[in-house]
Design a binder for this molecule. Structure first.
Ligand code: AMP
Length: 282
């Protein structure tokens, strides 16, 4: 595995690979790698000649009140694990390399960044879209791999790719969960053992909601209330939102119809966890 820190070197190598006709797959991450990331890398390896993974904790997507400084950065372990996962190129740019001073250009995807997490993390998706737009120009991949765990991020980036004509296919991979059902997250390292146990309630409440819908429940308010009540009763978490939205457009629903996504964000102390479940309502 080659570790590349320079933006220019990465760009040169990417152009070279394209000229050689190699199919390049790309998995952007913020590191603290776990099985969720590895599932994306494995699929990328299967479907491409060259697998590029980036590790960059993107300052532009954290608000001043958020955990940018505290975000886990286990650089050595990540390099070892990426090597073991069969990654060909690990791109590890510096903050200065990505945002040279002065930096003035940002990408803003409208509308679909306003709801769900966008409401609670102003500027977050502008930072995400900007960094992924930049990474796509640097790595020039044929395929971009994203996780359904960050469903709003995936929807926003698909829209950006379409709107700005990035020549890349976007593939969204299923959520990888722990044995207790919790969607794996780099932020789990912040949780106390008690909070980590409680985090499983998020998944269980989504699962219960899905079962209710499958057994005929069609009241949107009852579904949302059921999830909220269970989280408040069984955990110390503070709910940012529990919402049912159209799975494609992320627009809020007025009734439970079609392909819907139940999405939630819950804070355990300073740690914010998200999860979602897509349900086909028949
Ligand atoms: P992050 O390092 O958290 O920015 O995540 C990098 C990529 O991995 C994103 O596309 C995430 O959606 C994806 N990812 C993170 N956790 C999971 C998970 N538990 N299952 C599937 N994909 C994930």
């Amino acid at each position: 595995m080659r570790v590349i820190r320079s933006v220019k070197t990465m760009q040169r190598l990417a152009s070279q690979s394209r000229r050689q006709g190699r199919r390049v797959g790309f998995v952007p991450t913020m590191g603290a790698l776990h099985e969720g990331h590895f599932s994306l890398m494995r699929r990328c390896r299967r479907e491409n000649d060259l697998t590029v993974v980036s590790i960059f904790v993107n300052p532009a997507q954290f608000s001043p009140a958020e955990d940018f400084k505290a975000y886990p950065r286990p650089a050595k372990a990540d390099q070892r694990l990426a090597g073991k996962a069969g990654v060909d190129i690990l791109f590890y740019p510096s903050d200065k390399g990505m945002y040279p001073d002065p930096y003035r250009t940002y990408i803003e995807v409208e509308k679909m960044t306003e709801g769900l997490c966008g409401k609670f993390r102003p500027g977050h998706f502008k930072g995400v879209a900007t960094v992924v737009g930049k990474l796509l120009n640097i790595v020039q991949p044929d395929v971009l791999y994203l996780g359904q765990k960050d469903a709003q991020q995936a929807a926003v980036l698909k829209q950006m790719v379409r709107d700005l004509n990035f020549p890349v296919a976007v593939k969204v991979c299923p959520i990888v969960r722990g044995p207790d059902g919790t969607a794996l997250s780099s932020r789990h390292v912040y949780l106390t053992p008690q909070e980590r146990r409680q985090a499983a309630v998020l998944f269980r409440s989504l699962q219960e909601a899905q079962k209710k819908i499958q057994s005929g429940e069609r009241s949107l308010a009852a579904i949302v209330q059921g999830i909220r009540r269970r989280i408040l009763k069984e955990t110390s978490g503070k709910i940012d939102y529990v919402e049912c939205v159209n799975a494609q457009t992320l627009e809020p629903l007025s009734s439970l119809e079609g392909k819907i996504m139940i999405a939630l964000a819950v804070r355990f102390g300073p740690t914010r966890l998200i999860d979602n479940r897509v349900v086909q309502v028949r």
